[in-house]
Write a protein that binds this ligand. Sequence first.
Ligand SMILES: Cc1ncc(COP(=O)(O)O)c(C=O)c1O
Length: 394
Amino acid sequence: MKFNPAKAIQDLKQFGEFGGVNPSITDSSTYTFLEGETMEETFLGHMEGCFLYSRHWNPSNKYLADAIAAMENTESAWITASGMAAITCSLLQLCSTGDHIVTSVTTYGGTYAFLKNWLPKFGIEVSFVNITNLEQVKKAMRPNTKVIYTESVTNPLLQVSDIPELAKIANDSGAKLMVDNTFTPMIFSPAELGADIVVYSMTKFINGKNDCVAGAICGSAEFVNQLSNVNDGTAMLLGPVLDPLRSSGILKNLNTLHIRMKQHSKNASYLAEKMEQHKLTVIYPGLKNHPQHNLHKKLMNNEFGFGGMLAIDLDTEKNANRFMQKMQQAGVGYLAVSLGYFKTLFSCSGHSTSSEIPLDVQKKMGLSEGLVRFSVGLDNDIEETLERIRGCLS
Ligand SMILES: Cc1ncc(COP(=O)(O)O)c(C=O)c1O
């Protein structure tokens, strides 16, 4: 039977030490031991189930990590204080000076900046490719390539990555495939499709409330143990621990993710189809004219749809800004970065979340300066939202 991430969450049995239906929230940074020897064994990583210090592991983050690992069907997971921490800790764990990464040129701007401006300072080389062109990916591989990096559906151009084919290319060269699945939780199960490591900004759809910043790394138990090793683990030593109060909130929200993803997808599909009829240039993987529409269909977990993200191209930044201001006034949603919120959010990518990417590179990758990215909300009456959008187009 095909793996179902929503069923995996439904089947979780996690409750508090006093029988509370929600696990208790850890309110301690450190933990007592009855014997000194047990403390040493825990430091050495030999004591499963013992907690030492909350930057290392803490019960609240462990509950959430177990839930995220269940959703991805990976052996293990690690919780971080941001999506960027998940990405940077994973890459730094996998790569050392002299290593090489092949990445999609189209990624979240912060990821692009880390790959372009930060890693080369430490002698890690990065090649940027069009991730939908598998020949280009193959050509970019080198003997010292340690990672192929991509987003399942890329930010903001919504290209779909062929995860099984990328996994083959990575495997053939002894590299790891790392996939950021932030745009499409439940819709894609990247580890099931062959990815070695799956990362999330849980700030977005997984939490869905825009009330905190958080991330997750999913992978093998061996990789998570490496991340948390007290001697050389990046997660342990760089220290991006999420506060337990936040992780307990995210765990509760994770249990409604399947319903939210379906509604985000339903609303975004409706708007994309109607906007296209309006003769607008719409990018949405659910539209038949999307270059990877069939690939998305082939790889997706069917019932969750094509996602809540869509983009329209209004040619110029001026058009984009005028349209977004009107939409905010008309109550369509908020002119704000980020995504996965219950309200619709929109921003002009080239001048916000992708502004770290130089203009000439933006042009080359096909990112128009008038591209407005929508994270479509959970509106009950999406027909009315469409009418409001229509009113802003004139
Ligand atoms: C696809 C993607 N990955 C990662 C991040 C970074 O996440 P965070 O802001 O939680 O650090 C973002 C943020 O917008 C994103 O869109």
